[in-house]
Write a protein that binds this ligand. Structure first.
Ligand code: ACM
Length: 399
């Protein structure tokens, strides 16, 4: 089935490949910067390209067209000896090119419909005493893991590989949620945390009307910074899938500054985590990014309110992303906070979007709430080079 949305968004034709020489160059470039590239060869699902080229790799064996859009496919590898030989040959070539001890074998999002229809799979289940189709994936994963181990490498796979039973020496990358990671840790697996929703950097960083086209959701640097890896996790990872990333500029825009927050979570054991202290530390990093010409999303300012009585807050998901504050006090003091040292905060009090010439914020100010009238404060951060953040909005009301 064609996914019209995806082809509407991106009608471009993709093709090409890396030569072995180019891969060696990439690996060496990373190594010179103390980075190890872990290759991922997806199996048994997300394997449409291979199945389109060699239909006998799937249980149905039918010829399928080259996939034109992203998503999950029902066409998956069939667990035959011929398939395993193919994959072992691929992995042998991969191991020659990538010195990484870890080889990622995917394992996520595997619809089992083709296996359910396959007499080859049914025979395998009878022979190997596999009770269900997850167990067939377990057989698949264990066989590949043994092959990698025999070659001095270690398998790492997405957390679905837990479901079919995989050897404890396999490392789990927990993506579906944090609980899956905790389950993996309890089962004795080395586990890397990359939960969707918090550490997926393809999510938007602000209101969808202000942001480049993306997959949706909302993941702010504060949310990333607030992630507490479960005890026993060996590491964390941010995932930036590139379906919606047409240029290197946008790649960096999505990575930064969230990647900085991720690095801080990984490297420091600060407890409890304190955003204000982190934001202070991160300041120098923005100057570095600017100096070196890295595009980054300029964090929009945030608001802090002080009042005689409690203030309750709610997020209102309209554009711009608005924080709504309610209080019984007759007056509130508004502070506007900026995470980028050296930036000027510009603001308005009439609900209009601030520009580079709106009044500059210099100190907290008071809003009188004794009338029935609500107040709308909007703010942007303007960098010394004139770049301007998306707007933040605050709606204050006395109740
Ligand atoms: C994943 O996002 N399917 C790992």
């Amino acid at each position: 089935m064609r996914d019209n949305d995806a082809t509407d968004i991106d009608p471009h034709r993709y093709c090409g490949f890396y030569t072995q020489a180019q891969i060696r160059e990439v690996v060496a470039y990373a190594k010179a910067r103390y980075v190890t590239i872990v290759p991922e060869i997806e199996m048994p699902g997300h394997s449409d390209a291979a199945v389109a080229a060699y239909p006998w790799l799937s249980c149905g064996g039918e010829r399928i067209g080259v996939r034109e859009t992203w998503g999950v496919s029902e066409h998956i590898y069939c667990p035959t000896d011929r398939t395993f030989t193919f994959l072992e040959n691929v992995l042998t070539e991969v191991m020659t090119l990538f010195p990484s001890v870890y080889i990622h074998t995917g394992g996520d999002e595997v619809p089992k419909a083709e296996w359910e229809r396959s007499s080859v799979v049914h025979q395998l289940m009878a022979r190997e005493h596999l009770a269900n189709y997850d167990a067939v994936q377990g057989y698949f994963d264990r066989r590949i893991e043994a092959f990698l181990r025999a070659h001095g490498r270690r398998m790492i796979g997405w957390d679905e590989i837990l479901d079919g039973g995989v050897t404890q020496s396999a490392t789990i990358m927990a993506w579906q949620n944090t609980e899956r990671g905790i389950k993996a840790i309890r089962a004795g697996h080395p586990t890397v945390m990359s939960p969707d929703g918090l550490l997926y950097f393809d999510a938007l960083q602000g209101d969808e009307n202000d942001e480049p086209l993306g997959i949706g959701g909302l993941t702010t640097p504060q949310m990333v910074y607030g992630f507490v890896p479960p005890a026993g996790a060996i590491g964390i990872q941010g995932n930036l899938w590139t379906e919606y990333i047409p240029t290197p500029h946008q790649l960096f825009y999505m990575l930064l500054p969230r990647l900085m927050a991720l690095a801080d979570v990984a490297w420091s054991d600060e407890r409890p985590r304190a955003w204000a202290a982190y934001a202070q530390r991160a300041g120098a990093q923005y100057a570095w990014l600017t100096r070196h010409g890295y595009p980054f999303r300029i964090p929009n300012p945030s608001f802090t309110l002080a009042a005689d009585t409690a203030v309750s807050y709610a997020n209102v998901s309209s554009s711009p992303r608005t924080v709504s504050a309610l209080t019984s006090s007759a007056q509130v003091t508004v502070s506007i906070n900026d995470d980028v040292p050296g930036a000027t905060i510009r603001y308005t009090l009439d609900g209009s979007t601030p520009t580079a010439t709106s009044p500059a914020y210099t100190a907290p100010f008071a809003l009188q709430l004794d009338s029935a009238q609500a107040h709308d404060v909007m703010a942007v951060a303007v960098l010394p080079d004139g770049r301007i953040s998306t707007p933040s909005a605050l709606h204050v009301e006395r109740r």
